[in-house]
Design a protein around this ligand. Sequence first.
Ligand code: MN
Length: 159
Amino acid sequence: MNHISFARRLNGAGRPEETRDSWSKAGSPILVVEDNESILGLTRIVLERAGHEVHGVGDAESALEVVYSIHPRMILMDIQLPGMDGLELTRRLKADAATADIVILAVTAYAMEADQLEAREAGCDGHITKPLDVRTLPETVSAYLDGSSARGDSTGRNR
Ligand code: MN
């Protein structure tokens, strides 16, 4: 009897930690902002197959409409979007305390160093180049999800 209640107390005390840990595992909501429907569809299939809950939108304005309700753990951010581009959306999300902790990976067409630098300056946490490698995408996403706390601490951006 005693050991059961002790275990229960431990579980209760550990809950915030467990909740934080569970965010980094498969199943965390990922928002994909991508105006190319085939790329969006492919990305969704690959990430859902890896166990993630995936939401997809085709432009930055739609992303702003859903981001506060689903509060994704990560955003795969296409940089070239109709209307507001991915860099501007990233700046807005990183400037807002409610969304600053979302891991944002810039997705750009070319592996240009200038694009990567620009994405970093806008607040992106990482960078993926198109065409997406569907074999390594789940692994890349998991690595960023698992490492996001440590990197956030080192840059002082995490709460
Ligand atoms: Mn695009």
